[in-house]
Structure formats: C-alpha cells, structure tokens
Design a protein around this ligand. Structure first.
Ligand code: NAD
Length: 258
C-alpha cells in the first residue's frame, strides 16, 4: 500500500472496529495518525484498538451510537477538548434486504437513524472543530447511492442521502478548507456481507456468496484493504484538489454491468 504522512493528524473513524472501517483505521495508524474509533460497544472496537497498538500505532476506542446526537456530541467534544480533529470518516452503517413491500416502517426508521442521521450527527459535531484548521470529511456511500440494486430499498434510500450530504457539505465548507468526498464500494467481503447472507439466505450461503461475487464484472468482491487504500489517498494532501466527488470502487459494477 502507498504510504502517506499522517503524523500528528487525528482521525475519527465511525464503525472502525469491523470490516472496511477496521482496515481504514489500521491504514491511518500505519501511516502515523492518531486514530479515534467510535463504535457501538467496546466489544466492537477493542480487538482493533489492541491490534493497532500491538503494531506500534496509536488508537483509542469510544462507545458511541452514531444515531444518538447527545452521545456523538459528548464523545467528539471530549476528543476535541485535548486534540485537533483533522479527518472524519463516516463509515458506520447497517444493511437491510428487501423491496418496499418487505420494508416495514421500523426497518425504514432504523436504517435512516444509523445510515443518514448518524452521518449528519457526526458531521454536525465535527464541523466546528474542522473549521479551525480545515480538514476532510469522507463518507462511505455505496453503488446503491447511484444505481438501483434489487431488494435493497431502504439501504439504497440511505446511501442516496449519504451521496447528496457529501455534495452539500463540500459546497458549504469549501471556504473553510474542508474537503468532502464519498466512496461507493460494490460488494466488499466483510462481516456486514457474511451477516446478511447468513441472516437472509440460511442454507444457501455458498451459492449466495458466489452470486454476490459474480455481480461485480471483475468476478470477485472487493477487499477492505482496497477501500482503505482509496480512503488514505482521498484524505491526504496529495488529494488536495479533490472535493465534492464520489469515488466508485466497484470491480466495474456501475459502468460494465450492461
Ligand atoms: P461491518 O458490519 O463489518 O462494520 C460496520 C461497523 O459499524 C461495525 O463495527 C458496527 O459495530 C458499526 N456500527 C453499526 N451501527 C453503528 C452505530 N449505530 N453506531 C456506531 N457504530 C455502528 O460493515 P462494512 O461492510 O465494513 O461496511 C462499512 C460501511 O461500508 C457501511 O456504511 C456500509 O454501508 C458500507 N458499504 C459496505 C459494502 C460491503 O459490501 N461491505 C458495500 C458498500 C458500502
């Protein structure tokens, strides 16, 4: 992986204990950053924090449900009281499988609370601190933000909102030297994918894994480390001319699937 200078940079990674967020947290720590992982319970971040420290990196975990504004404000203001905040990675997200007929009001609210309001809460709490020296907000969108994915009604709704929040933040905070971009992965092999296969396709796990792998024209799922490599570039000074843009990382899903 390419190397960057993130020494003395403080990076907040939501959902940084698992999957893509874990790879991003590890990547920033390997490049010298102080990584602050916000996750739903300490069980979710403890292993990642320990692994980063064992490898010589700097990381700290915080229990924080991103859907709860009071928790988010408390955690982020506490971090900001003794550190600058340079980069926010809005990565925490949850999945739902189903078309609109299989999406209950409770499903709709739950997906909105984490995937949309969670992103709003974290940006809302971080912006005043980023405004001090400028910085970067990087949001984890999805191919579902811009193309239809069958049976993902509520999830697609939330990821569309992540994309448009990205454009809005980029425009409003250009003058404050805050860049804002999003990454739109196709299927990446993480616990998120394994969990929804086992929950929704019990007994057909292997077939489903194969099918989801082949939905990328390149013939496989992405790796968390591949998404992390893009995140490290986008937040770096080398990417200082890039803002208000979404970056698909999709094995050809969006452009080559016709
Ligand atoms: P994952 O389930 O492995 O990790 C998600 C992390 O978010 C977990 O650590 C979880 O505890 C945390 N989290 C969930 N709800 C939270 C909350 N309310 N507050 C704080 N933390 C919370 O998922 P992943 O596959 O690594 O996905 C990460 C992001 O990438 C998500 O936003 C997802 O929508 C997006 N994404 C994933 C894929 C994929 O195929 N894996 C594809 C496109 C986009």
């Amino acid at each position: 992986m390419a190397s960057y200078n993130y020494k003395e940079k403080h990076v907040l990674v939501t959902g940084g204990g698992s999957g893509i967020g874990k790879a991003i947290s590890q990547g920033f720590a390997q490049n010298g950053a102080f990584v602050h992982i916000l996750d739903i319970t300490s069980n979710h971040y403890e292993d990642t924090v320990q692994e980063i420290r064992a490898a010589g990196g700097i990381a700290k975990g915080y229990v924080c449900d991103v859907s709860k504004q009071d928790q988010v404000l408390e955690v982020i203001n506490t971090i900001a009281a003794s550190n600058s905040i340079d980069i926010l990675i809005n990565n925490a997200g949850i999945a739902h499988v189903g078309n609109i007929e299989k999406t209950t009001e409770a499903d709709m609210d739950r997906l909105y609370e984490v995937n949309v309001k969670g992103v709003y809460n974290c940006i809302y709490a971080t912006i005043p601190h980023l405004k001090v020296n400028g910085g970067v907000v990087l949001n984890m969108a999805s191919i579902a933000s811009s193309v239809g994915i069958a049976d993902r009604f509520a999830y697609s709704m939330t990821k569309g909102a992540v994309l448009t929040m990205t454009y809005s933040i980029a425009k409003d905070y250009l003058k404050d030297k805050i860049r804002c971009c999003s990454i739109s992965p196709a299927r990446v092999h993480t616990p998120f994918v394994d969990n929804f296969i086992s929950k929704n396709y019990a007994g057909q796990e292997e077939e489903m894994f194969e099918k989801l792998s082949k939905s990328q024209p390149i013939g496989r799922m992405g790796l968390p480390s591949e998404v992390a490599a893009l995140a490290l570039f986008l937040c770096s000074d080398e990417a200082s001319f890039i803002t208000g843009t979404d970056f698909p990382i999709d094995g050809g899903f969006i452009r080559l699937n016709n």
